[in-house]
Ligand binder design. Structure first.
Ligand code: SF4
Length: 86
């Protein structure tokens, strides 16, 4: 994961995580710390998320098409929506 600064335990599954608030705080911290050279500009990022929030495939912050947390997927400019909606 080239530009990301992961601090997750690679041996854990989300279902095994005791403190989900801490997990999501770390997820948002990860998004904020994506390198600027690959990070989606804020206006485009918000546009992408507005498309996701209207999409029937969004469930609990996760895209049911690709399995990604959309806030993380949208944060890297080279990433695409699997249905080419952004
Ligand atoms: S990434 Fe695309 S398919 Fe997935 S929730 Fe967002 S708009 Fe929908």
């Amino acid at each position: 994961m080239d530009s990301f600064n992961f601090r997750f335990c690679k041996k854990c599954l989300t279902r095994d995580m005791i403190d989900k608030d801490a997990y999501f705080a770390t997820l948002h911290e990860l998004i904020e710390n994506i390198n600027e050279d690959v990070k989606t500009p804020s206006e485009e990022y918000e546009r992408r998320l507005s498309v996701c929030t209207e999409c029937e495939r969004l469930a609990d912050g996760m895209c049911r098409a690709c399995g990604c947390y959309v806030e993380l997927r949208a944060a890297k400019t080279s990433n695409k929506c699997p249905y080419e909606l952004w």
